[in-house]
Ligand binder design. Structure first.
Ligand SMILES: [Zn+2]
Ligand SMILES: [Zn+2]
Length: 385
């Protein structure tokens, strides 16, 4: 992990055009995912696993508007946290899609990607993972913050303390699976029949049976409840980032370890700044005299106002740079730049005096631009004039 699975182009991998719609990408992925699912290719499992990861990475990027835009512009280096870490399976946000496609078979994919931690086939099962979405402002993302989440989830049963039994007595060995926690079963899937080892349903894969289940939690050891959690959101966090809180998912109902909580951070669009990684873009409107003669103007940045020099002769649309006034990099803390696009305001209402002055000025220009720019049609090579 940490490296890109393949250096091939994501669009090529999925066999879609560069302007493919989300729907087309989803369809292409589903088709390929069925073909390369490792369970469907028992004879070349390794190869299909590689292929599966490859198409999943491509899918993840192309289904995410922001990642796709960065990929289109900068390639793979631009996609995963500035390219420093490469593709991590924790970046993968489309779990649901895989479950939709494969139902239960999706589970083995999670095992593959998450190192088997997500669903264990033997013994007590891990609790399920939870996802919690939060929205923060760009300013919050700039500063970083600590946020308290209150989530409704399964918590340890206060009655039995999570032991699952009313008396607190030791669970007995399951007679159906003789304590192994798993049984052989034949599963019917869209790809045919598979003989698989499944968790024993009598003991839910734990190999043990609680004879006097706690009445409050019905022998599961957990009940629905509320929990408050603090999560630290690092300064410079990118929209769509996941923060994993290990062990804060749902507790296991079968005596296994709890799942994890994934906090998905959405950074709201800011009215004043557009963001591209660590770079911010803003706009400032100036007058024609300021553009022509140059001036010092005050510019709003994410952390206060600063002075910026507009050089004389600044053209409409020119982008000036405020070094180190962008967003911090989440890892290094080093700030990017703010790029200020300068717009020149053409007044729509003028006093008589102003009109007179502009007429005078116009005479000095001879009513034509000083330097004749190459025309639009000349650029196209069309000799109309
Ligand atoms: Zn209980
Ligand atoms: Zn059993």
């Amino acid at each position: 992990m940490g490296e890109h699975v393949s250096e091939q182009d994501y669009y090529d991998i999925l066999g879609v055009s560069r302007d493919a719609s989300e729907d087309e990408i989803r369809k292409a992925y589903r088709k390929l995912a069925r073909k390369y699912h490792p369970d469907v290719n028992p004879d070349n499992k390794e190869e299909s696993e590689e292929k599966f990861k490859e198409i999943s990475e491509a899918y993840e990027v192309l289904m995410d508007k922001e990642k796709r835009a960065r990929y289109d512009q900068y390639g793979k280096e631009g996609v995963f946290n500035g390219g420093a870490g490469g593709f991590q399976w924790s970046d993968f946000t489309h779990y649901q899609d895989i479950e939709d496609i494969f139902g239960d078979l999706g589970g083995s994919i999670f095992d593959m990607f998450f190192g088997g931690g997500r669903r264990s086939r033997r013994g007590p099962q891990r609790g399920s993972d939870l996802r919690y979405d939060i929205s923060i402002t760009l300013r919050d993302a700039f500063e970083g913050m600590e946020k308290t989440l209150t989530l409704e989830k399964m918590v340890e049963c206060p009655e039995c303390g999570g032991t699952r039994s009313a008396s607190g007595s030791e669970p007995e060995t399951c007679s159906k699976c003789n304590g192994r926690g798993q049984v052989q079963a034949v599963r019917n899937t869209p790809f045919g029949q598979f003989a698989t080892v499944m968790a024993c349903d009598a003991c839910h894969g734990t190999g043990r049976i609680v004879n006097d289940p706690c009445s409050r939690c019905r022998g599961t050891g957990s009940v629905r409840g509320k929990k408050s959690l603090k999560v630290r959101i690092p300064s410079g966090i990118e929209n769509g980032s996941h923060i994993r809180l290990a062990g804060e998912g749902n507790p296991s109902t079968t005596g296994g370890p709890p799942g994890d909580l994934y906090v998905v951070v959405h950074v709201e669009q800011d009215k004043r700044f557009a963001r591209e990684g660590t770079e911010l873009l803003s706009e400032e409107t100036i007058t024609f005299p300021q553009a022509a003669l140059g001036d010092e103007i005050t510019v709003e940045t994410i952390d206060g106002r600063v002075k910026m020099t507009v050089p004389k002769g600044t053209q409409h649309g020119k982008i000036l740079r405020l070094k180190g006034r962008g967003m911090p990099d989440m890892r290094t803390g080093r700030r990017g730049d703010q790029h200020v696009r300068v717009l020149i305001d053409v007044p729509t209402e003028l006093t008589d005096d102003q009109k007179e002055l502009i007429r005078k000025l116009a005479k000095t220009f001879g009513n034509a631009p000083k330097e004749k720019k190459k025309g639009f049609f000349e650029n196209l090579g069309i000799g109309i004039f």
